[in-house]
Write a protein that binds this ligand. Structure first.
Ligand code: EPU
Length: 423
């Protein structure tokens, strides 16, 4: 199994080109099940999760091919298949988002019920509530969820105790796009990834109003046709590299980004002492004279709040700040597996319910650590880049799910990072 070794203390400088968003691309890929005719998707990152989704779609009769120019060409060829098997689905929770499209386009959708997850309890009740509200008969048996019956349309409130649901909104929007009537989704997720999906569907002929607001109004249409689409930049990847720049007080910029999607992150990074210059499609970290980081409290929230997917990286930043900061997780209250691993590097972190209290320290020292999830592994790599000595991050398959060419991108700005294969 591979591990990533980082040696701390290198000075970084330069720019990182940000890839297309994994979490925007995944539901758009699933939407190929709804569409008649070819789709060309640009700016789709080359990642394990994308490969997994392509594998699932292929098993469902969608042709899914990378073109020589890097674009992904998709076309639903065989529309008789309706069941996404456990062996493919279990590798990635996001694959549950094929249920709505399968049901809407093929009259029947069957997807393996998602298993447990390291981020904590991750139910799919809101997905099912939404699909039921627009006409689905839902049957859960033998570890599978089946949706059947006509897509009627209807009204549903999709927010739960932790805010709205990103993929749940995507599932319901996609099904409703081909519904007989009108669907009103109240408490819809506002994440840019959801907005991108809605714009994509409209480009295919869907009629979705209120995009970017809490009330989506979807008037069902009979068919959707293929189109060409470019996926939005990955705001989480961009925020990860900016956090990294801040940790090393390095003149590093992120290019090909959409700063409007990063307001909360920019706000908190500035509060932490970073001097960020925000351009139209780039953000630059300007080194400060003393490079001091200020302890800054953060609460993760649904968009436009601070993203949970940057919580681990921000914790690594706070581990080096002067003073005590509190990070509160309001999206996944159990998402703190990285706290113990950061402590192995010398970070001083205490858990209090859904919060972590971090007492900043001047020095971290390298150690072997274990990645628990995708964003946790990014946080550990960042901490390793400022730690003395070297840090080996194990279970790097997590990082390959969501960060395109992370070693090359970090090497490109001067980091000492390598992948070691243990055979
Ligand atoms: N929730 C429910 N019931 C549901 C669905 C969700 O209670 O039916 C709860 C969840 O347990 C959580 C909250 O609602 O407490 C938000 O979950 P959400 O459904 O919005 O998460 P998701 O759509 O499954 C996406 C991203 C995650 C990201 C979250 C939150 C993708 C593929 N995944 O997941 O990304 O953390 O939104 O922003 O888009 C990652 O990329 O590393 C990642 C985990």
């Amino acid at each position: 199994m591979d591990r990533i070794r980082v040696r701390g203390g290198r000075e970084l400088r330069g720019s990182v080109t940000i890839s297309g968003s994994k979490n925007a691309a995944l539901p758009i890929l699933a939407a190929s099940l709804l569409v008649d005719g070819p789709i060309v998707l640009k700016n789709v990152p080359r990642l394990k999760d994308i490969d997994n989704m392509c594998r699932i779609l292929t098993s469902l009769g969608v042709r899914c091919e990378r073109q020589p120019d890097g674009a992904l060409a998709l076309e639903a060829i065989d529309k008789t298949k309706y069941s996404a098997p456990y062996d493919l689905v279990r590798t990635m929770r996001a694959s549950f988002v094929v249920l709505g499209p399968l049901w809407a386009r093929r009259g029947l959708g069957r997807v393996s019920y998602p298993g447990g997850c390291v981020l904590g309890h991750r139910p799919v009740d809101l997905h099912l509530k939404g699909l039921r509200a627009i006409g689905a008969s839902i049957d859960v048996r033998d570890g599978y969820v089946t949706a059947s019956g006509p897509v009627e349309g209807g009204t549903v409130y999709l927010a739960g105790n932790y805010g709205s649901t990103v993929l749940g909104t995507a599932n319901v929007v996609m099904a409703a796009a081909l519904g007989k009537g009108v669907t009103y989704i109240e408490g819809a997720a506002l994440e840019p990834e959801v907005t991108d999906l809605c714009h994509f569907l409209n480009a295919c002929g869907a009629q979705i109003d209120g995009i970017g607001s809490h009330l989506l109004v979807i008037e069902g249409v009979e068919t959707l046709r293929g189109c060409e689409w470019s996926v939005i930049p990955d705001r989480i990847e961009a925020a990860t590299y900016l956090t990294c720049a801040g940790m090393l007080n390095a003149p590093v910029s992120v290019d090909a980004v959409e700063p409007r999607h990063m307001i909360a992150v920019i706000d908190r990074l500035r509060a932490a002492g970073l001097d960020l210059e925000v351009g139209r499609s780039s953000i630059t970290n300007v080194p400060t004279p003393d490079g001091k980081l200020v302890a800054t409290d953060v609460t993760t929230l649904p968009y436009p709040g601070f993203p949970t997917d940057i919580q681990a990286q921000f914790m690594a930043l706070m581990a080096r700040a002067s003073g005590v900061s509190v990070i509160t997780e309001k999206v996944y209250p159990e998402r703190f597996m990285h706290a113990n691993e950061l402590a192995r590097l010398g970070a001083r972190i205490r858990r209090e319910g859904p919060s972590a209290i971090i007492e900043g320290t001047e020095t971290l020292s390298g150690a072997p650590v274990m990645a628990s999830d995708l964003r946790a592994s990014a946080g550990l790599i960042l901490a390793g880049l400022v730690a003395e000595g070297h840090t080996d991050v194990r279970r790097v398959y997590h990082i390959d799910r969501g960060y395109e060419r992370i070693e090359q991108k970090l090497q490109g700005i001067g980091a000492d990072i390598e992948r070691i294969s243990d055979g």
